[in-house]
Design a binder for this molecule. Structure first.
Ligand code: NAP
Length: 394
């Protein structure tokens, strides 16, 4: 469980706890939430807990030791720290399945470690795929790892796709992927009000309960942009074969349109435990705890085209998908810096897209030959984004 304390991590452990005969947690990993990971370790008794930094690892050790005195629990849990330890637990021989649910670029190395070890990877951490691009997908093919999408849209597409899609969509009889998105909390907000919206408003998603970074990405529709790139990579699709459709109810999680005109949709309540349970159980179906869909109560399904003037980040991501290579890496890095600055009230909501534009325009095009190149472009874009932030604050 990479990122066990986050929104996806908690939902995954909720599903895992419903199937004790089927799953055993080998390792939990977290960054800042000591309290939560200690509670999870006591409940799930993993062999390892990994914290990113050593100080917090020591806090976890002390708390587990204190709890183990009273009740004989979590005694066999070893607490490790550092990025190397994250990568090691993701590749342990006793691990069959890795849930990649760290947020942002920090997930790349541990997820790649699981890929190289040939694991079944349940991919929530879209940023690692957006950054890793074709290099990431090649590593999956070379190691024989299995990549199962957890992002609800890609999980929906996966469920609606024929098996042989990696040979190209047309060969598989597919005309288009219809990638749905709710449009987020600001779909109807007057444009003049957007500069003044707050982080709390941006994080109040109408349908989904998620971590703060992805919530802001949903409000800018950068999330849909990252998913656009993710869809091209996962399903071997050209950018012109993926269409974004705004669907405010979030009941249809995406669709696949076939050459004969058939459209297959996957539907369900907007609860991440459905795609998580699908990926955990695949190819079998297991219970997720999600209530069954009441279509009579839903009553109406609504669709519209995305407004790219309102959501410039979607346009930026589509352009980055066309360029490929360095562009999605720089886009992702600039977005992470900008979203963090917005959440910390250093820039306005509308500055996010401006900052990303500035970074993308200032980048020198480079060829991506391996992980070092990916990390170098990521660092260059972050430096440039931080400089732009300084200029905005002066
Ligand atoms: N939430 C959703 O509904 C949803 C849906 C689709 C896809 N996703 C994707 O799933 C991923 C996780 O999203 P989320 O909403 O669950 O995020 P979240 O609630 O913010 O959780 C992020 C997790 O990553 C850990 N983490 C943060 N920074 C880290 C670092 N530098 N190194 C290692 N671990 C770190 C956090 O640890 P601490 O909490 O201990 O700090 C936490 O466990 C994202 O890539 C997101 O795009 C999420």
């Amino acid at each position: 469980m990479l990122g066990s304390t986050g929104s996806i991590g908690v939902s995954t452990l909720d599903v895992v706890a419903r199937h004790p005969e089927r799953f055993h947690v080998v390792a939990l990993t977290a960054h800042s939430n000591v309290e939560r990971v200690v509670e999870q370790a006591i409940q799930f008794q993993p062999r390892y807990v990994v914290m990113v930094d050593a100080k917090r690892a020591q806090q976890v050790r002390e708390r587990l030791a204190a709890r183990a005195l009273g009740v004989n629990m979590a005694k066999n849990t070893e607490v490790l720290s550092g990025v190397d330890a994250l990568c090691e637990v993701a590749a342990l021989p006793e691990v069959d399945v890795v849930m990649a649910a760290i947020v942002g670029a920090a997930g790349l190395l541990p997820t790649l470690s699981a890929v190289r070890a040939g694991k079944r990877i349940l991919l929530a951490n879209k940023e690692s795929l957006v950054m890793g691009g074709e290099f990431f997908m090649r590593a999956v093919q070379e190691s024989g790892a299995e990549l199962l999408p957890v992002d609800s849209e890609h999980n929906a597409i996966f469920q609606c796709m024929p098996a042989k899609v990696q040979t190209g969509l047309e060969n598989a009889g597919v005309a288009r992927i219809l990638l749905t998105g709710s449009g987020g909390p600001f779909r109807n907000t007057p444009l003049a009000q957007l500069p003044a919206v707050t982080p709390a408003q941006a994080c109040a998603h109408p349908n989904w309960s998620m971590g703060r970074k992805i919530s802001v990405d949903s409000a800018t529709m950068m999330n849909k942009g990252l998913e656009f790139i993710e869809a091209c990579l996962l399903f071997n699709a050209r950018p012109d074969q993926v269409e974004v459709v705004v669907h405010p109810q979030s009941v249809i999680h995406s669709m696949v349109e076939y050459l004969d005109g058939s459209v297959l949709a996957q539907m369900g309540n907007p609860d991440m435990r459905t795609p998580i349970a699908h990926a955990l159980g695949w190819p079998e179906r297991i219970r997720s705890g999600v209530p069954l869909l009441d279509l009579i109560k839903v009553a109406q399904l609504h669709f519209e085209a995305p407004d790219e003037a309102r959501f410039p980040c979607l346009r930026q991501a589509k352009s980055a998908a066309l360029v490929g290579g360095w562009a999605p890496i720089a886009l992702n890095a600039a977005n992470e810096v900008a979203v963090d600055a917005f959440l910390n009230e250093k820039i306005r909501f509308t500055d996010i897209a401006n900052l990303i534009d500035g970074v993308l325009q200032g980048m020198t095009a480079s060829t991506i030959e391996g992980i070092e190149c990916i990390l170098a472009v990521d660092q260059e874009a972050r430096r440039s984004a931080c400089q732009a932030l300084e200029r905005l604050r002066r």
